[in-house]
Design a binder for this molecule. Structure first.
Ligand SMILES: [Zn+2]
Length: 284
């Protein structure tokens, strides 16, 4: 199937009380692994790309890979630009076939964040592309942005409603104490705020920083209203560790396809595990 706008799958998730996994790809092997895992569990899924990956390959290459992987798949697959900060890159992604984009204006004062987000929404709408906005600040390392966990700013329902009303974004990243990368200290998650956001707003909520949360915590976040959960660091870790382990154990193996196949299978299994915990299994 062609790549789909994720708004439908996220609204269904909101209604159905489950969550769609948004997994970061870094190459074609990870792209295929994400789609394969979604197919195996009959789950809708979001592929997403970080700014660093976009910088390395360009949106055209990434969109082509995503289209190829989704093209032969019976499940709904969306392609999302994660943490877009550069207007030109976001517009290019929209033109090249991304089906949703995130504008991360969290480093700007609220008024400026709103104005810049609104401009992105207008361009995206004209192309049938969905937009994720962010207010508050998610802690951790996202490419070159470093936010200490105690510096993260939490979102309030009033702010969130006002932000969505003024910008027209389709879904919102809620800063509730999750962080990018690995957790350096035990996260102080504000699950009550997430629940309040779900009850007081009508739009799907996104939780960033899915890596390293125990599956019991992930289930709790889904029950409290997370409709999209981002998983990135875990993909990189599984990829590298599985290559490392295999190479250590098979020092004479130079069949690169065999080595990569091992990583592929580990990735499919790990991603499938997230899909099940998020509750999107069987929802495609
Ligand atoms: Zn994020």
């Amino acid at each position: 199937m062609p790549l789909v706008n994720p708004l439908g799958m996220l609204q269904a998730a909101r209604k159905g009380g489950y969550c769609v996994g948004a997994f970061n790809l870094v190459d074609y092997l990870t792209t295929e692994a994400i789609v394969k895992a979604a197919e195996a569990r009959r789950a809708p899924v979001m592929l997403q790309t970080s700014s660093a990956t976009v910088k390395r390959f360009g949106v055209k290459t990434l969109a082509t890979m995503a289209r190829m992987a989704a093209g032969s798949s019976p499940v709904d697959v969306a392609l999302h630009l994660d943490h877009g900060t550069d207007r030109d890159v976001i517009f290019e992604a929209i033109r090249e076939g991304y089906t949703s984009v995130m504008f991360d204006g969290s480093r700007y004062p609220l008024e400026e964040n709103i104005a810049r987000t609104r401009e992105i929404v207008e361009e995206a709408r004209a192309h049938g592309v969905a937009v994720e906005g962010e207010i508050g600040v998610v802690a951790g390392v996202e490419d070159d942005i470093v936010i200490r966990q105690d510096e993260a700013i939490y979102t309030t329902p009033e702010e969130a409603l006002e932000f969505v009303r003024q910008t027209g974004v389709d879904f919102l990243a809620a800063a509730i104490g999750t962080a990018h990368g690995f957790y350096k200290v035990e996260p102080r998650l504000d699950i009550d705020t997430l629940r309040a956001l779900r009850e007081q707003t009508g739009f799907p909520l996104v939780v960033h920083g899915g890596t390293g949360l125990g599956f019991d915590v992930v289930r709790e976040l889904v029950a409290a209203g997370a409709c999209k959960m981002n998983v990135s660091t875990q993909i990189k870790q599984t990829y590298i560790d599985s290559l490392y382990d295999y190479i250590q154990a098979h020092r004479e193996e130079y069949n690169i396809l065999k080595v990569l196949q091992h990583a592929f299978e580990q990735l499919v299994e790990m991603i499938g595990g997230y899909i099940t915990v998020l509750g999107s299994e069987g929802k495609a």
